[in-house]
Design a protein around this ligand. Sequence first.
Ligand code: 13P
Length: 249
Amino acid sequence: MRSKIVAGNWKMNKNGTETEALLAELTAKLPNTSAEVMVAPTFVNLSQAVTATQDSKIEVIAQNMHDALSGAFTGEISGDMLKSIGIQTVILGHSERRAYFGETDAILAKKVASALEQNLRIVFCFGEELEDRKTGNHFAVVKSQLSNALFSLAPSAWKHIVLAYEPVWAIGTGETASPEQAQEMHAFIRTTITEAFDATIAQNVSILYGGSVKPGNAVEIFGKPDVDGGLIGGAALVADDFSAIISAI
Ligand code: 13P
């Protein structure tokens, strides 16, 4: 049985005071749900967020990490550092990391291996650009992103992986993939994993959809059989909206 998950990616938003305020509001408004609820504040506020949520069901997760354990990598954060402040899960491969910070599939494969060594759970993001969809290349692009970063893993690693399909053209644009487009891609992802590994792994991995999920479209998107939840950007910064999206699952 795979988990239902709603995760909020706060990106580079909310300073320390605002983080405390949003978490307090969210904790107060959190709907009763059997789904897992995660939020990813910026690195500097993680420790504070872990403390602020210790009596709630919200899991605080990280947005990124470096693949090395320690060393001369000015400005970077390791998985070991995340673990040491109580973080259990890290987002890797977000399209903004790929586009603005040069994260390639090869770099991501190293990050995935390092996170697994640290016993961290991974929310692995991937998705095609608009041009890929226009030219009908979207399935091939998604397959290669998955294969390059994840298909050399041991089968046992998959219990630590959550997938997040985020078509780049739907992120922060207000344009969502239709529920049918999301379902079609999620089903394709499961078939691809079945071919590379087996049906049990494919059926047990949670696949989240991300890209302009809002209270108004969440019920329809989450209603699709292969969509196990969402990775939410803008709407996760508003407690009422994020709570409504959690209720939708
Ligand atoms: P939006 O929900 O703002 O489109 O962002 C999605 C996203 O990038 C989550 O990681």
